[in-house]
Design a protein around this ligand. Structure first.
Ligand code: NI
Length: 172
């Protein structure tokens, strides 16, 4: 089931999310809803707080359309265990900040540990767009948005645009 995506500014996008205890059918179905919501948007990553659920859960798929097979990843309690000194700059966007993009510098390579949809412990090294996406989504679980990396003036400008968008949407 597709879920509505929260738009910044929203207090739920600023909170630290709680670790997920044991795997359950409810959590599996939440992860499935998030993948469906992400693909429909369309987007390459989504974090649970973006649909108002304060659990440490992210989903992503950075496979290039047409070039690569889809690779939906579901990560419960993801943790970065190592980051490269080498950095990468990507123009980032966010489903909670529609149509706004800005360059963000992050470590180029990260090692990540997580629990998958079946409750298995997983670990993998991510590079390039996958590494950026994992870090962007993981930030959401700590109440951090990509615009928090920008200079205050640019961040305020984007926030004002989003407030206007929300007012317009509320009016219908
Ligand atoms: Ni985002």
């Amino acid at each position: 089931m597709k879920r509505p995506i929260l738009i910044h500014p929203d207090p739920r996008l600023k909170k630290v999310c709680a670790p997920v205890p044991d795997m359950s059918d409810a959590l599996r179905s939440l992860a499935d809803d998030m993948l469906e919501t992400m693909y429909a948007a369309p987007g390459i990553g989504l974090a649970a707080p973006q649909i108002g659920v304060m659990d440490r859960l992210i989903v992503l798929d950075c496979a290039k359309e047409g070039d690569e097979n889809p690779r939906p990843l579901v990560m419960f309690n993801p943790q970065i265990t190592a980051s490269s000194d080498e950095t990468n700059v990507y123009e980032e966007g966010c489903l909670s900040i529609p149509d706004q993009y800005a360059e963000v510098t992050r470590p180029k390579v990260v090692d990540v540990e997580w629990m998958d949809r079946d409750g298995n412990a997983c670990s993998e090294t991510f590079d390039g767009l996958w590494a950026t996406c994992v870090q962007h989504e993981l930030d959401h679980l700590d109440g951090k948005l990509f615009i928090d990396y920008l200079k205050p003036l640019k961040r305020q400008m984007i926030t004002r645009k989003m407030q206007k968008l929300k007012r317009e949407r509320a009016r219908g």
